[in-house]
Design a protein around this ligand. Structure first.
Ligand code: NI
Length: 189
């Protein structure tokens, strides 16, 4: 496994439409393993293959919920006073050739970010519930109803397969402000 470089705006590859996966082989398994390692390292909760420069319809997601069964760790990192963090429980999920069926008519709003648009967050409205269909690493088809953060995250990642970024859902003015802010952050970094 290896951490791959995450491409960032304005890299033109982020606008590429990704191709369906047809071969469920070792190369695909290596790509997915590398994508998880890259996403956990970043860290992020979702990554599309095109974000590491591979134009294939492959997504990885791990919402990393806190593990209720794990022992809390005591942390003194924040201003010196001790408090506890619940360790994260890993729930890696792979989506190959994903499709959205039956998006709901009602919407939910999340403050979204993206590893390819670092440090920028903005509210995006998307259908609150979807049914998703996808293939796993062996090519087996799965279908599931989703809502909440998982539904939003899957829709965000699926946009990447069409060359769309979350900032493309914003008004032109808000998108320009976000890109200006990113420019400024890069110059001071
Ligand atoms: Ni993204």
């Amino acid at each position: 496994m290896a951490i791959r470089e995450i491409i960032e705006v304005p890299d033109p590859r982020l606008k590429v439409i990704s191709e369906p996966v047809t071969k469920f082989d070792d190369e695909l398994k290596t790509l997915v393993a590398d994508m998880f390692e890259t996403m956990y390292d970043a860290p992020g909760i979702g990554l599309a293959a095109i974000q590491v420069g591979v134009p294939q319809r492959v997504l990885v997601i791990d919402l990393q919920p806190e593990d209720p069964d794990a022992e809390p760790e005591v942390c003194t990192a924040h201003g010196g006073h001790a408090h506890s963090h619940q360790p994260l429980k890993r729930e890696p999920r792979v989506f190959i050739n994903p499709e959205i069926l039956d998006p709901s008519d009602d919407f939910s709003v999340y403050s979204e970010g993206c590893l390819s648009v670092p440090e920028i967050y903005a509210d995006v409205e998307r259908p609150a519930r979807i049914r998703a269909r996808w293939q796993d690493l062996d090519g087996k088809v799965h279908e599931e109803e989703m809502d909440g953060l998982l539904a939003t995250c899957l829709q965000h990642e699926m946009d990447h397969l069409e060359g769309i970024l979350f900032i493309d859902h914003l008004s032109r003015l808000k998108r320009q402000m976000a890109l200006k802010k990113l420019d400024k952050l890069r110059k001071t970094a």
